[in-house]
Design a protein around this ligand. Structure first.
Ligand code: SF4
Length: 76
């Protein structure tokens, strides 16, 4: 799915399934108990491939704001 291995597919453990809504459990069943999760967010290049292929239309890209420590400090 992701050429940079940002997203990975894993089987959702039983204890996590209990936290899903009814619709979430139905979707999980349809997808054989597997779900995509973000494993390596810093590797994302913003190519948008995952947005195009997600069957649930569950992925949206947002611009990240990076600040240095100096930029975060109040001005004197
Ligand atoms: S935008 Fe591209 S690099 Fe980022 S997670 Fe999606 S497929 Fe991977």
């Amino acid at each position: 799915m992701c050429p940079y291995n940002v997203l990975q597919i894993r089987t959702v453990p039983r204890e996590e399934k209990a936290k899903f809504s009814l619709m979430g459990r139905v979707k999980l069943y349809v997808h054989s108990g597997k779900q995509a999760f973000v494993a390596n967010p810093d590797a994302c290049r913003g190519c948008g491939l995952c947005v195009q292929v997600c069957p649930e239309k569950a992925i949206k890209l947002q611009r990240a704001v990076q600040r240095t420590i100096e930029q975060s400090l109040p001005a004197d």
